[in-house]
Design a protein around this ligand. Structure first.
Ligand code: GLN
Length: 446
C-alpha cells in the first residue's frame, strides 16, 4: 500500500486521474489485513483499487466530478464497493470522470482534465477517463468504471487496456449516482482479461437493493480462460467498418479478424441495419432519464447551495444554475423537452421504438453467431480541446458503443494494435449474460 501511494504521487501529477486519495484509511485497512493474517486467501487481498467518483464510498468524498456535489461525503458504500472490500480490496481513491458521467473525454469534469496515459496532449476518453488513465499509467491494477453509452470501453480503448461492460442487471447499481437508469452498468478497467474476470467474479450478482439485478447464479468467470475457441462463429457487422471509421483503425480490426480465424474461429460479415439510429435514440433516452434522475440535486438535500438567495424557488434555480456544468444542463434541457406532454410521442416514444429495433438486430445475429467483433471507437484518442466546443462531433464518437447499451448486452474492449503510436480497441459484443464466452475469446486473442 505504501508503494501504491508512492507510485500515485510520482505518476499522477502528470495524469490527473485522482480526485480524492484515500491514503490514511487505505493504510489502516492494509495494516488490519496484515494483523488478521487470514485474509490472504481472499481474491483481492491487499490489492489497491480505484473507484470512479460517481460510485459512493462511505466517509470518502464522492463528487461525480460536479460542483453540485463538491463536498458530498456519503454515509454508505455502494454494493460494488462493499463487495470489493469484503474480497480484500483496498480503496486507494476516487477517480475523475465527465460530470455525472456525461461525456467522452473527461473534459466535462468540473475539477480537472485527465490526460491520456500514452500521450498527455490527448484525452483519456470518457466518461471513466480517470479510471482508465490510472490503470494504464501503472498506478493501479484495477479501477471500477460505469458504462451508460460506452464510458468503460471507449476510455479502455483510448488507453490500450481491457474494459468490461457487463450485461445490464448483472452488477448492482445500488450506490451508483444515477445517470440513465435503464442503461447504467458498473464494470472494470484492467490490464488483463483475467483481471476483468476476477473482478466480475466479485462484483456480479443479485442485490435485493437493486431490483433490476438478475437473480442468476454467478459462474466462475475465469473457468473458460485458456480454452480453445476452435469452431466459434464470429460476426463482423459491415456498419462497424463503414463511414466515419478511420481506415487505419478498420485495418487493425480486419487483422484481428484474421487472428481469430487463425485460432480456428470463423468470421463472417453481417448487418446491423439500425446502427445509424443508435446515437440520436440514445441521446433522447439517456437525457430523458438524466433529467428525471437529476431532479434530486435541488440545493436542499445534497452538496452545493447558492448563497444570498431570496426564497425557496431561488434556492433551487440558483443552486442548479451555479452547480451544474454546461453539458449537464444541455442534457437536462434536451431530456425535459423530450418528455414534455406535446413532444413525448414524437421524441421519447420514437426513441424507445428505435431501441427495440436495435435490440432485435442483435438478437437476429446471435441466432447464428457466438459473438460480434468491431472497433470500440471510430478513431484513436483525440487531442484535448479538439471536440469540446462541438457536442455533436463528440456524441458521434460513441456510435460503436451505444447500440450495446441500448440492447443491454455485455461487451469487452481489448487492445488490438496501434495507429500512429496510439492504441486501437477491439470490441467484443456478446449475448445477454454470456460474459464467459467474451472473456474466453478475448483471452485466446490476447
Ligand atoms: N459518452 C456518452 C455520453 O456522453 C456515454 C457516457 C457514459 O457511458 N457514461 O452520454
Amino acid at each position: 500500500t505504501a508503494q501504491t501511494f508512492a507510485d500515485i504521487k510520482r505518476i499522477d501529477p502528470e495524469i490527473d486521474a485522482f480526485l480524492t486519495l484515500n491514503e490514511a484509511a487505505a493504510k489502516k485497512a492494509a495494516a488490519a489485513q496484515d494483523d488478521a493474517g487470514i485474509e490472504a486467501d481472499k481474491p483481492f487481498a491487499g490489492v489497491p483499487v480505484g473507484i470512479k467518483d460517481n460510485i459512493v464510498t462511505k466517509g470518502l468524498k464522492t463528487t461525480a466530478a460536479s460542483k453540485i456535489l463538491n463536498n458530498f461525503v456519503p454515509v454508505y458504500d455502494a454494493t460494488v464497493v462493499e463487495k470489493l472490500q469484503a474480497a480484500g480490496a483496498i480503496i486507494a481513491g476516487k477517480l475523475n470522470l465527465d460530470e455525472f458521467a456525461m461525456g467522452s473525454s473527461t473534459e466535462n469534469s468540473a475539477f480537472k482534465t485527465t490526460k491520456n496515459a500514452w500521450d498527455h496532449t490527448k484525452v483519456p476518453g470518457g466518461s471513466s477517463g480517470g479510471s482508465a488513465a490510472a490503470v494504464a499509467s501503472g498506478q493501479l491494477p484495477m479501477a471500477l468504471g460505469t458504462d451508460t453509452g460506452g464510458s468503460i470501453r471507449q476510455p479502455a480503448a483510448f488507453n490500450g487496456i481491457v474494459g468490461l461492460k457487463p450485461t445490464y442487471g448483472r452488477v448492482s447499481r445500488w450506490g451508483v449516482i444515477a445517470f440513465a437508469s435503464s442503461l447504467d452498468v458498473v464494470g472494470s478497467l484492467t490490464h488483463t482479461v483475467r483481471d476483468a474476470a476476477l473482478t466480475l467474479n466479485v462484483i456480479a450478482g443479485h442485490d435485493k437493493k437493486d431490483a433490476t439485478t438478475a437473480d442468476l447464479a454467478v459462474p466462475d468467470y475465469t473457468a473458460k480462460l485458456g480454452q480453445s475457441i476452435q469452431g466459434m462463429k464470429i460476426a463482423l457487422p459491415e456498419e462497424y467498418l463503414g463511414e466515419g471509421v478511420d481506415p487505419a483503425v478498420a485495418e487493425q480490426i480486419k487483422q484481428a479478424a484474421e487472428q481469430f480465424r487463425s485460432l480456428g474461429a470463423t468470421v463472417e460479415t453481417v448487418s446491423l441495419p439500425h446502427t445509424k439510429y443508435a446515437v440520436p435514440a440514445y441521446y433522447i433516452i439517456a437525457s430523458s432519464e438524466a433529467s428525471s434522475n437529476l431532479q434530486r440535486f435541488d440545493g436542499i438535500r445534497y452538496g452545493f447551495r447558492a448563497k444570498d438567495v431570496k426564497n425557496l424557488e431561488d434556492v433551487y434555480v440558483r443552486s442548479r444554475s451555479e452547480g451544474f456544468g454546461p453539458e449537464v444542463k444541455r442534457r437536462i434541457m434536451l431530456g425535459t423537452f423530450s418528455l414534455s406532454a406535446g413532444f413525448y410521442d414524437a421524441y421519447f416514444k420514437k426513441a424507445a421504438q428505435v431501441r427495440t429495433l436495435i435490440a432485435q438486430d442483435f438478437d437476429k445475429v446471435f441466432e447464428d453467431y457466438d459473438f460480434i467483433i468491431g472497433p470500440t471507437t471510430p478513431t484513436t484518442a483525440f487531442k484535448i480541446g479538439a471536440k469540446v466546443t462541438d457536442p455533436l462531433t463528440m456524441y458521434m464518437n460513441d456510435i460503436l458503443t451505444i447500440p450495446v447499451n441500448l440492447a443491454g448486452l455485455p461487451a469487452l474492449s481489448i487492445p488490438a494494435g496501434l495507429v500512429d503510436g496510439m492504441p486501437v480497441g477491439l470490441q467484443l459484443i456478446g449475448k445477454q449474460f454470456d460474459e464467459q464466452t467474451l472473456l474466453q475469446a478475448a483471452d485466446a486473442f490476447e
